[in-house]
Design a protein around this ligand. Structure first.
Ligand SMILES: [Fe+2]
Length: 298
């Protein structure tokens, strides 16, 4: 087997389609606390959380949900070389230039479940700054989507893009993968649905920030549907709510840190076993908290 050198190291942005773009922009700027860095003629809004040109893109569309995922490559290979590597694995991709503000060159590729991925090495960093109002998360943490073609999709992220498998819940119900030190940057949820978002997650600073985030959400009319509770897999303390389009949004702290050199998670006082290694978990809450909303089926 050929040695694959393609390595993505972060989830940089997600592009949502929206029927209700004004409300979504209002939510992302006033409630989440992102800043608008650019609006384009097609009605898309590019929103930034500090440094990058964009971390969230909202674009008018007849269906809600994420339409494109932006992953940054480590830059060791040029876009053309990445395309060649993918081709060797039988994966079709397309180089696109100047199609998106802030990212001059990208490689568009579809995962086996039909999700569109944009791979790039460089993004403009206008340093739009952080919002003065709203929650102001520290970063876009991860995406979870439903996949019908689960095993093939997991294999694609591992073998083509250099992701590492961390945990699983139940009988491969939820499958956690990372492209850096975070316990997961991607969660693939087994389903008979394809190409559909389960949730998007943003990282907060600490427990007081999480407490404040619930206050901000309540003030803006968004109810918490699950949490706060500590998850089993990843040990993140999380809350979930719906954005104006009905997409599920997670806000979390305390995500486990993966140390690939040792194959373990950085030890924490709340870990059930030491050392903690990638494993299978049962249930969603490590505190045993039960909620009315079934997160497995939002
Ligand atoms: Fe999550």
């Amino acid at each position: 087997m050929d040695m694959n050198n393609i390595k993505v190291f972060r989830l940089a942005y997600a592009m949502f389609g929206s029927l209700n773009i004004e409300k979504m922009v209002q939510y992302y700027t006033e409630t989440i606390g992102y800043r608008l860095s650019e609006k384009t003629e097609d009605g898309s809004a590019y929103l930034s959380n500090g440094l990058d040109h964009h971390n969230i893109v909202l674009t008018p569309h007849k269906h809600k949900g994420i339409k494109r995922y932006g992953y940054q490559l480590d830059g060791k290979l040029s876009i053309g070389e990445v395309q060649e590597e993918l081709k060797k694995q039988g994966i079709h991709s397309q180089i696109k230039s100047d199609e998106q503000p802030g990212v001059r060159e990208m490689l568009e590729v579809k995962d086996p479940d039909g999700n569109v991925i944009e791979l790039f090495t460089e993004m403009d960093m206008p340093a739009t700054g952080y919002g003065n109002t709203g929650i102001v998360p520290h970063k876009l943490g991860h995406i979870a989507f439903y996949a019908k073609n689960m095993q093939k999709t997991i294999q694609f992220y591992e073998e083509a893009l250099g992701f590492m498998f961390t945990d699983t819940i139940g009988d491969n119900f939820a499958n956690f993968l990372t492209c850096n030190h975070d316990h997961h940057t991607l969660n693939i949820v087994s389903s008979n649905k394809s190409n559909q978002l389960h949730h998007i997650a943003f990282e907060l600073k600490d427990s007081s920030h999480q407490y404040l985030s619930s206050e901000v959400l309540a003030k803006h009319g968004y109810e918490i549907i699950w949490g706060p509770s500590r998850h089993t897999s990843g040990h993140n303390i999380a809350t979930y709510h719906y954005d104006p389009d009905g997409n599920v949004v997670e806000l979390f702290i305390d995500m486990d840190r993966y140390i690939p050199e040792l194959g373990i998670f950085e030890p924490k006082p709340w870990h059930e076993e030491l050392p903690l290694t990638p494993r299978r978990w049962e249930g969603l809450s490590s505190w045993g908290t039960e909620f009315e909303v079934d997160l497995a089926n939002v």
